[in-house]
Design a protein around this ligand. Structure first.
Ligand SMILES: Nc1ncnc2c1ncn2[C@@H]1O[C@H](COP(=O)(O)OP(=O)(O)OP(=O)(O)O)[C@@H](O)[C@H]1O
Length: 257
């Protein structure tokens, strides 16, 4: 199990009578880029919430690098190396772009505000934050207030904040959600460069299938809370069960079997 960054075993969550994630056995190899696809309501975001700790499973387990996370809090999981973005933007609007990243970098470094009188440490954090802004192509906007960024640039800033927390596993939940069409290529480029850097293992939820096919080493398909298939983009596109699911011709009995 230790060779996998992430493993779930029988992962299940039930809301009342509705099983949103149903007995999912999932694995993610280090330094791969895997996307989770599936129709609206398939359970993708709920699956992310179970991995990052926002939700506790009704049954089943989550392992990160072989360690059982099932009882760990969101904060403990973040400290262990799981970084998660949300469909909504999550930046501090009245701070500058650089300050937003520096706050996160500071939290990881354990340096308190009081010690900020230590100029060298402060400069190091600023430099690190600026490098992260370069990675998301926001360095030219470092001094702008975050609230004045476009929606697309806020999503980039959110990624820089996540990177400041030095995650090994990056969970990206619909990074293009709510963006105008013109903004999409820029965020795809940022994500592509993250992938090419090879620093993180990346799990992406995304509805834009062209983007998913282009970026992903592997795809996992969720349907009615079940893991329907997991394979290379080519395998998934040729998978008859997946084709039926997307064409709406799949009966509940078929996926329960
Ligand atoms: N806290 C909750 N309480 C009750 N039902 C929930 C809760 N969270 C999710 N659900 C239900 O679980 C199912 C899966 O939802 P989820 O948001 O995970 O789907 P999704 O695949 O991410 O969809 P989308 O692509 O639209 O974001 C849906 O039927 C949803 O209504």
């Amino acid at each position: 199990m230790a060779e996998h960054v992430l493993t779930t075993k029988g992962l299940t969550i039930q809301f009342g009578g509705h099983v949103a994630v149903n007995d999912v056995d999932f694995t993610l190899e280090p330094h791969t880029f895997k996307s989770i696809i599936g129709p609206n309501g398939a359970g993708k975001t709920t699956f992310f919430n179970l991995i990052s700790g926002q939700l506790k499973p009704t049954r089943g387990e989550v392992f990160f690098k072989g360690n059982d996370l099932t009882g760990s809090s969101v904060a403990q999981r973040a400290r262990m190396g799981i970084g998660r973005s949300f469909q909504i933007t999550n930046v501090l609007p009245s701070l500058t772009v650089l300050e937003n990243v520096r706050m996160a970098a500071q939290a990881v470094s354990g340096v308190s505000f009081r010690l900020f009188s230590h100029y060298r440490k402060f400069t190091q954090l600023e430099e690190k934050s600026f490098e992260l802004l370069k990675r998301v192509h926001l360095d030219s906007q470092a001094d702008k207030l975050a609230k004045n960024l476009s929606h697309g640039d806020k999503r980039k800033l959110e990624i820089a904040i996540l990177l400041a927390l030095e995650p090994e596993l990056l969970l990206l939940d619909e990074p293009t959600a709510g963006m105008s069409l013109e903004e999409v290529p820029a965020i795809i480029e940022v994500i592509r460069e993250l992938k090419e850097s090879g620093d993180q293992t990346i799990l992406l939820i995304e509805h834009k299938i062209d983007m998913v096919l282009d970026l992903s080493d592997r795809l996992a398909v969720l349907f009615n809370g079940k893991l329907l298939a997991d394979g290379t983009p080519e395998e998934i596109m040729n998978n008859e069960l997946v084709q039926s699911a997307y064409l709406g011709g799949l009966y509940d009995d078929t996926i329960k079997s």
